[in-house]
Ligand binder design. Sequence first.
Ligand code: NAD
Ligand code: UDX
Length: 485
Amino acid sequence: MTLSRICCIGAGYVGGPTCTIIADKCPDVTVTVTDLSQDRINQWNSDDLPIYEPGLDEIVRRRRNKNLFFSTDVKKAVIEAELIFICVNTPTKNYGLGKGRAADLKYVEAAARMIAEVANQSKIVVEKSTVPVKAAESISNILKANQRRGVQYQVLSNPEFLAEGTAVNDLLNPDRVLIGGEQTKEGREAVESLCWIYSHWVPRENIITMNTWSSELSKLAANAFLAQRISSINAMSAICEMTGADVTEVAHAVGTDTRIGNKFLKASVGFGGFSGFGGSCFQKDVLNMVYLCECLNLPEVAAYWQQVININEYQKRRFANRIIESLFNTVTNKKLAVFGFSFKKDTGDTRESAAIYVCKYLTDEGANLRIYDPKVTDKKIFSELTNPLMCEDPERVKELVTTYPDPYEAANGTHALVICTEWDQFTTLDYSRIYQKMLKPAFIFDGRLILDHEALMKIGFQVVTIGKKLQRSNVHRSFSTSSQS
Ligand code: NAD
Ligand code: UDX
């Protein structure tokens, strides 16, 4: 079955880019992306898109107001569409039953109820948000309990695997597209309609169809496996530091085994976030898996996945402790430049960024932080650092933290520089110039293993990193607590 009109509920990091690519690849399909937030929709309709994603602006400009529309009129778009993507947020619940672990499905449920309220003809409803297993069944129950005469629904699961910063390429060349549906004639027809959309650019053999529950669980499983790899290499980094092994070398040696593979283990630019994983997905989805296992009365399996989170927490704390320990066991009143605040390069997204936690541990110790990030706004930095869920004294944080539009200015007069995000531009800065203007001894803490440590040591820096011992930094780390810079 072909389609002529589709809509998307939720114009965020997933809904916006996914529907832009669909509009670009299916010029005969009209795509309307909707959101409750007028601000977000205004930005999608402007030259300053609400999310930074390399290559996206150009495609949005090419399709906008031709077959790609952004609107707050969610109901109208739903009424007109044959197929509706639900791309709303599913954050970790911060209240009530399952607090801190379960996914909050209130936005998904609100979207389903709204569809049932306004739909006057049959619809295919596609769950693209990441949800616990059986969420499609709940959506289906809500729709069917409220359906009007003559209106039929098919609910599909079509999880999204894009990663931020590479969303355009991931959407254009997905390893696979996953579609789960009911194993009935109507279910199979609905799956075929969605296959038809993707087959405009994705080879048919890369479109995998399966039952709805498998599809829902596969998404949680994929994120849990990826997060587990990072926690595994981060656990190795702790062993490396105690033994003299180098985590980069170990990752290379392990990753060259084709059964293991080198991705998500590499300690080169773009990988190797050894200050712990961040982002809106990994922590939320692994916690969601833990909660699911607990609800299914599988405590051993829950504990297994919980450990992936525990190691990530440990890694972020370890990195901050290493900074404090290296700076002669105190950072109180010291000036530290923080380079990078987003959870990875090429995105302005700060959700669960390791930088937030590292900054929190340092401000708790009274450090003055001078933060620079090429894409994250001051407003976002302060809202993360003063978030009431983790900050007890927002006024104190505002006193201790300053943001800078330029990395050289941020580093001026500081005791240390802390790399929290692997932005490419941090590898090409003039570190001799930065060194001249810093207090001595000048420290660099490379939380992403992206810098040329030998070259920095030649300039005179004390380099401290994670996952290996560096000769000169050791000398300073063994200073007594009474030594001050
Ligand atoms: P987001 O917060 O960026 O966007 C969600 C949008 O939905 C928001 O703009 C919000 O205003 C809107 N919204 C909420 N309820 C609505 C309603 N009833 N009607 C209209 N709009 C509504 O979230 P995101 O990062 O795009 O994630 C969306 C989903 O996709 C989540 O389940 C997430 O786990 C999953 N996912 C995210 C990524 C990623 O990289 N961000 C990747 C794969 C999957
Ligand atoms: C992730 C999944 O990769 C994607 O498939 C899913 O759809 C959404 O969640 P995302 O969070 O956008 O994507 O980025 P990703 O590249 O996976 O990085 C997540 C975090 O892990 C970042 O903080 C990154 O720095 C860190 N990371 C990644 C590491 O610490 N080490 C690595 O080797 C790779």
